[in-house]
Ligand binder design. Structure first.
Ligand SMILES: *Cc1c(COP(=O)(O)O)cnc(C)c1O
Length: 426
């Protein structure tokens, strides 16, 4: 048995195509190295990364502090399983719960697992604390949501590609329009079996669909009034991406530490993943206070790798970097600059109809039909010009660089993007 040498991008792509399942449609670029905001392909060409692995790499590629914590821990102890205690998990849980302001944390690995965990906690809470009859709990979700790819999660997706032929679907979800508090109020009034509301503060995969400023605070208020759990999926929006520690922090930059702020809608259940490890390792978590988290008892939920020492060490380092390097503030300031520069371009553009987003989670909407390949073609051209981005649903391109980007680099990227777009103007 020989391991195939990969000599160039074409060979790497051909190998994946032949031997790997075709569950993704990547841009034709093969990356082999990353540092900060940059990545390099096999041929040595350098790119700005404007996807950041869907906002997992907020702290930048191969951040030395995170790599250091990871290798040190990897040389000492990698996995114990939860059959035994390890000397990192408690330290991580203490740090992260204080950091985000919750009593307890339940550690998992991937984002979808954390969402599944939140759903289980919510249902159990509904039966044991709220008094809903067994197996009758409903969870409210929103049109065009993205919460992952497990069987239960795709059951309440309305992305046909993600759903079709994967049924039978898991029942117990009610889907309503996003950014529409009246629809939420109506469903809460009409139904006594609602256990929770699962919401993305900004819908990333749907195309960085940014709701009105008061939507999330209204969701929280309605949840409080109707005694249902407000569950925020901040896997993509959290950890400084939108210019605050969490997107539910709204416009204030208190990093979640000022509950008196009218804009801070503290969730009952907070779901994190992606940048919780700075992209180094699969680390996800659900945070909640005791009266909610304590419904979970031994044997009722778990994961072999969840809470392993490497994950704990990596997550502590990744969260420290966010504070030490003021990433939320950087995202807020450079995000405003990015949108204002893009708006200057859009004024005279026929190909881009708008830019939207918050902090450094932004998207441009391409002025073409949803099924056209324009957004994809623009991303291919951006790649040729040294910047990597990917279309999301519809004709929308997401721009989400690592949050360690500086002003000079950001302006350089704006010029690459506008120069590329000019070739597509009609
Ligand atoms: C990426 C993402 C998930 C799923 O995370 P995985 O680690 O891919 O399972 C869930 N919710 C949101 C909002 C996401 O962006």
């Amino acid at each position: 048995m020989q391991i195939t040498e990969v000599k160039n991008s074409a060979e790497a792509i051909a190998l994946e195509d032949k031997h790997g399942a075709h569950n993704y449609h990547p841009l034709p670029v093969v990356l082999s190295k990353g540092e900060g905001v940059f990545v390099w392909d096999v041929e040595g060409k350098k790119y700005y990364d404007f996807l950041s692995a869907y906002s997992a790499v907020n702290q930048g590629h191969c951040h030395p502090k995170i790599v250091g914590a990871m290798t040190k821990q990897a040389e000492t102890m990698m996995l114990t399983s939860r059959a035994f205690y390890n000397d990192v998990l408690g330290k991580y849980e203490a740090y992260a719960t204080e950091y985000f302001g919750f009593d307890k944390l339940l550690p998992m690995n991937t984002g979808a697992e954390a969402v599944e965990t939140a759903i289980k906690i919510c249902r159990k809470w509904a039966y044991e604390k709220k008094g809903i009859h067994e197996a009758e709990a409903q969870i409210v979700v929103f049109d065009n949501n993205f919460h992952g790819r497990t069987t239960t999660i795709i059951s309440f997706s309305n992305d046909e590609t993600a759903r079709k032929n994967f049924g039978p679907y898991t029942p117990g979800f009610i889907k309503i329009p996003y950014d529409n508090p009246e629809a939420l109020e109506k469903v809460l009034q009409e139904n006594n079996n609602i256990a929770g509301v699962l919401v993305e503060p900004i819908q990333g995969e749907a195309g960085v669909y940014t709701p009105s400023d008061d939507f999330i605070p209204q969701v929280k208020q309605l949840c409080n009034e109707h005694e249902v759990l407000f569950m925020a999926d901040e896997i993509q929006t959290g950890i400084a991406r939108t210019g605050a520690l969490l997107a539910v922090c709204g416009k204030c930059n208190c990093q979640g530490h000022c509950e008196q702020q009218a804009t801070y809608a503290k969730p009952d259940v907070l779901i994190l993943g992606k940048a919780l490890s700075g992209g180094a390792y699969p680390v996800s978590a659900v945070l909640a206070n005791n009266e909610i988290m304590d419904v979970i008892q031994p044997g009722q939920h778990g994961s072999t790798f969840g809470g392993n020492p490497v994950a704990g060490a990596v997550a502590i380092a990744a969260l420290e970097v966010v504070r030490e390097e003021n990433l939320a503030q950087n995202a807020r300031i450079l995000g405003e600059l990015f949108r204002s520069e893009m708006n200057k371009y859009i004024e005279n553009s026929t190909i881009v109809s708008k830019v939207r987003g918050r902090g450094l989670l932004n998207a441009i909407v391409i002025n073409d039909t949803e099924d056209s390949s324009t957004a994809w073609d623009i991303c291919v051209a951006l790649k040729e010009n040294g910047l990597l981005a990917k279309p999301t649903h519809g004709n929308i391109i997401r721009f989400a660089p690592p949050l360690v980007i500086n002003e000079e680099q950001l302006l350089d990227c704006v010029s690459i993007i506008t120069k590329t777009l000019k070739d597509f103007e009609r």
